[in-house]
Design a binder for this molecule. Structure first.
Ligand code: 4UV
Length: 565
């Protein structure tokens, strides 16, 4: 067995809850009066000390006030959902839930009621925080589940924290809010730092893994305490109180949830929160808040190269961009460096790699190395081991590619209530199979070169083909289907494309009309990132193996030719 050990020295990763780690063990490393999070639009800011107090207060509210006010009762280790775009309420909801000893399940804020229902039921959440703009989706979900209005009101907490007076005026009446739960007391000393939480689940993000529908990934407190410590040696040097990071990546995805909400708090770095990516607003905020670091996905890099906003605002404070969640091409990184240099900003652009199941970061390239090796995701982080394996058995030779397997303290506990998927992805001796094909060069730098698993990534968001295929099969005219990702250099992302078999074997103009119809038909049924932007192609049959498995590689090869012709 060829095991690659990390070339970084090991780092200590205490076995304690995230809350204990950030708010006791390491809290005094930075001044309590430093700003921790700021709402970009309003400038509303919470300091480290305020957040600590708010978290205890909301933790108390969830455990002791919610039921008194008519909500459901929560005991330790039960699950609460957060369904909201990025907002200043996020750190309060997240740390408040963790302080109260609850598990949090983070739902994609673009979900339709049908998609939300899957996560609600599967995660076993008892109640949810919801941004007022998303309340209609929640109500539609409960309606579909036949939950009566009275019961719904017991389970909904409106995320009103940090809202302006005007926004507060628009909060629908009759629902409990975060404001109702805070300011009524704090957790008692015994409740404050429940020592035993370390090995228990803290986050339940959803990932389709190598195959199938989204599954609940059980990320423990120790997984997260480990990841925020092992990523530190490879992360750019930052100064608490000076460096400022733009928080535009969604907090419901593990990348934003860990690298923006938790890791920056450990570093004492202020995060400026934006609800979504918008090139003009991003550049305006870079100027306004003198942003030094920006965590991105490749399409944001592309926007910085091409959007006129880059040249309109003062970008000179920017020092580094860190990209992840999908491959960043060397050419794009170079183009972004040059564009930013032309407006007086000297930036390094590095790349990291990880998965929801690895909590997430396993590789990160240092700023110094990133210029020499723009395609590399860097070195394996401390305390981790890796293997490159082909066909689940054969070790790849030195310098050759293979499926990347990872072992270490950041590997998830497993998929929630899904032993089969857990056993298929983690070997008995602890190796997690990423489903990605990687290569390691002789100096210990890693490159992600292909993907073995079904997954499609649209702008860093997961699009599970099996889920789209299941939806498409409910179309009355579609008798068989396969969904794959096709590369779009123009948009620096993959686009989901469906190959469909029509029951009547239609051709020509009729088939062309049908493809348009299907693209539209699916839109109300799925979140926007799952739209069939890569097109729909009518085919006579779907290529399958003797065992009936879709031959996706064959379709991907076919797609390359279709793009060329
Ligand atoms: O489960 P997930 O949606 O998770 C992520 C996590 C991303 C990162 C990336 C860098 C970080 O520093 C960090 O903290 C979090 O996206 O999707 C996992 C799959 O995304 C692809 C790969 O196929 C994974 O299995 N992926 C992620 N990063 C890269 C990537 C990358 N740099 N290059 C190529 N593919």
């Amino acid at each position: 067995m060829r095991i690659y050990k990390s070339t970084f020295p090991s780092v200590p990763t205490p076995e304690e809850s995230i809350f204990t780690h950030l708010f006791t063990t390491t809290f005094s490393q930075h001044s309590p009066s430093l700003p921790a999070y700021t709402d970009a639009a309003s400038g509303f800011t919470i300091t480290r000390a305020e957040l600590k107090q708010l978290a205890f207060s909301l933790g108390h509210g969830l455990r002791h006030e919610f039921a008194k006010l008519g909500g459901v009762s929560f005991t330790r280790n039960e699950t609460i959902m957060i369904f909201s775009p990025n907002s200043i309420a996020w750190p309060v909801m997240l740390f408040g839930s963790l302080a109260g000893g609850l598990k949090t399940t983070l739902a994609n804020s673009g979900y339709t009621a049908r998609e939300l229902e899957h996560q609600w039921k599967d995660s076993g959440a008892k109640a949810l925080f919801v941004h007022p703009s998303l309340l209609p989706v929640v109500l539609e979900m409960f309606k579909g589940l036949n939950v009566q209005e009275e019961e719904v009101k017991k389970r909904v907490i409106i995320a009103d924290f940090g809202m302006t007076k005007e926004e507060r005026g628009q909060v629908p009446a009759g629902y409990l809010t975060i404001s109702d739960l805070i300011g009524k007391g704090s957790l008692n000393e015994e409740e404050k730092f429940p020592g035993k939480l370390a090995g228990e689940t803290a986050y339940l993000c959803y990932s389709s893994g190598t195959t199938g529908k989204p599954k609940g990934v059980e990320t423990t407190h120790s997984n997260i305490v480990a990841v925020i410590n092992i990523v530190r040696p490879a992360y750019p040097k930052v100064e608490a109180g000076k460096d400022v990071v733009l928080g535009v990546l969604p907090f419901y995805h593990i990348y934003g949830a860990v690298k923006l909400l938790l890791f920056q708090f450990l570093l004492g770095v202020q995060v400026i929160i934006m609800p979504k990516f918008d090139p003009v607003e991003c550049c305006r905020n870079i100027e306004r808040y003198k942003i030094t670091g920006f965590l991105i996905v490749p399409p944001i890099c592309l926007a910085l190269v091409h959007h006129p906003a880059t040249t309109k605002f003062n970008m000179t404070s920017l020092r580094f961009l860190t990209s992840g969640a999908a491959p960043l091409s060397g050419e794009l990184a170079q183009a972004a460096r040059e564009k930013l240099k032309s407006v007086g900003a000297i930036v390094h652009i590095n790349q990291g790699y990880g998965l929801t199941e690895t909590s997430p970061t396993t590789h990160l390239c240092s700023l110094e190395e990133s210029t020499k090796r723009p395609k590399s995701v860097g070195r394996l982080l401390p305390n981790l081991e890796a293997r490159l394996v082909n066909d689940d058995v054969n070790e790849a030779a030195e310098g050759e590619s293979g499926e990347l397997w990872i072992r270490g303290p950041t590997i998830m506990k497993g998929y929630l209530n899904n032993t089969e998927a857990t056993v298929n992805s983690i070997t008995p001796d602890g190796w997690f199979k990423t489903g990605d094909i990687a290569v390691r060069d002789k100096d210990g730098y890693w490159y992600i070169v292909d993907r073995r698993k079904e997954l499609i990534k649209y702008k860093g968001f997961q699009v599970p083909p099996a889920e789209l295929e299941a939806v498409l099969l409910t179309h009355p005219a579609i008798v068989d289907v396969a969904v794959i990702g096709v590369d779009s250099e123009k948009e620096a992302t993959e686009l989901p494309r469906a190959y469909v078999v029509h029951g009547k074997g239609i051709k020509g103009d009729e088939a062309r009309r049908f493809t348009k119809e299907v693209q539209k038909w699916i839109q109300p049924k799925v979140a926007k990132h799952k739209y069939l932007r890569g097109g729909v192609v009518v085919v006579d049959s779907i290529p399958k193996s003797a065992a009936g498995k879709i031959l996706r590689r064959e379709l991907r090869e076919r797609a390359k030719i279709e793009i060329l012709s």
